[in-house]
Design a protein around this ligand. Structure first.
Ligand code: 2P0
Length: 348
């Protein structure tokens, strides 16, 4: 028998790779409008609930020796604007890490992409966490939130579970200081057992990206500034309502803030209209529920789909009412979900 070698050969060098999972979030006080496009600095603070459904799982593996990033979204090679945004984001991470290697990115979304259900929020939150880990950036939660923000504004909120507020920050002469001041963090809440009933009335891609639509709204809508001003008051009221565990006040503020945001778009020149006849049918059903004494309040993003905030014990009844009002739509009940997390090598 040959003796055991005293010195084991070194293990084959492993290429750094990391996998992260993130969930979408739905804003109850909306982000709409940037004051700095490059740094993705918003004009208003926003506040959201991260959902427990529709996770995005993203793996980033460094690929030394290759000339280009290879990006696969839901099994298909990314191209066009989607590819450009991922590569620009990786460039930012590479620049900070001082590592030039290209990467292989694989991302699986379970949310209908581009349907106003915040697929870019879960997508860039997962990409930020996986890329930061693979390239060896050491970031605290606020740092990860700032980084995710550069990919897509709403992604900075998906770094956190439950309710999160995104601070717009203030204008500074130094861009690095402006960047530091804009990040999300968890929000204190009282005794609240919320659910969001998601009514997917149309899962198709939206006609205008939210990025283009918010730019156009800021540039042309005479209602934009008044909404931004009222949104600041909404945020203060929303924080108090969350702390008090007052679902009715939370819902009232969320619904008026969302309708106000859509009003800014309808007043843009030309108008941007995401709401469809099916959206309005669901809004009518929500009004009827309230008439029947069920606290239920609607919010809509850059698409026709409706999310109805209610108490969790009322969620099945709300879902039934929405299903009956909009036959053919997919209706599901979501609760609060977790913040972004890295999976270990065993996929846990
Ligand atoms: C929100 N939305 O607060 C608002 C409400 C849609 C309506 O954040 O340009 O994909 O990548 O920063 O984050 C959608 O905008 O836009 C969004 P970018 P994003 O959830």
């Amino acid at each position: 028998m040959r003796p055991e070698p005293l010195v084991h050969p070194p293990a084959a060098p492993t290429t750094p790779a990391a996998t992260a999972v993130a969930h979408p979030n739905i804003a109850l006080v909306k982000y709409w409008g940037k004051r700095d496009e490059r740094l993705v600095l918003p004009r208003v603070d926003s506040l959201s609930l991260t959902l427990g459904v529709f996770p995005t799982t993203t793996t980033v593996a460094l690929a030394p020796g290759t000339a280009h990033d290879r990006v696969t979204l839901d099994g298909a090679p990314a191209e066009g604007e989607a590819l450009r945004r991922v590569v620009a984001f990786l460039d930012l991470v590479r620049d900070r890490a001082g590592i030039a290697h290209r990467a292989v990115v694989e991302s699986e979304n379970t949310v209908p992409t581009g349907a106003g259900l915040a697929s870019s929020a879960s997508g860039f939150a997962a990409l930020a966490a996986a890329a930061a880990a693979a390239y060896g950036l050491r970031l605290d939660a606020a740092g990860l939130s700032r980084l995710a923000r550069r990919g897509s504004g709403s992604a900075c909120r998906s770094v956190f579970g439950g309710f999160a507020v995104w601070h717009a920050g203030r204008d500074r002469a130094d861009p690095a200081e402006a960047d530091l001041a804009s990040y999300a963090e968890p929000v204190a809440v009282g005794d609240l057992d919320p659910a969001l009933v998601v009514a997917v009335v149309d899962a198709g891609p939206k006609p205008v990206s939210s990025r283009a639509a918010m730019r156009h709204t800021v540039d042309t809508s005479p209602l934009y500034e008044p909404w931004a001003v009222s949104s600041r008051a909404d945020l203060t009221e929303m924080r108090a309502a969350l702390l008090a565990g007052d679902i009715e006040a939370v819902g009232r503020v969320a619904e008026r803030n969302a309708l106000g945001m859509h009003a800014t778009m309808l007043a843009a020149r030309p108008a941007v209209r995401y709401l469809s006849p099916a959206t309005l049918t669901v809004l009518d059903a929500v009004l009827r529920l309230r008439g029947d004494g069920v606290p239920a309040y609607a919010t809509m993003d850059a698409g026709p789909n409706v999310k109805v905030l209610c108490r969790r014990p009322d969620a099945d009844r709300v879902a039934e009412a929405v299903r009956a009002a909009a036959p053919g739509s997919r209706v599901l009940v979501a609760g609060p979900g977790p913040g972004v997390r890295l999976l270990d090598g065993d996929g846990r």
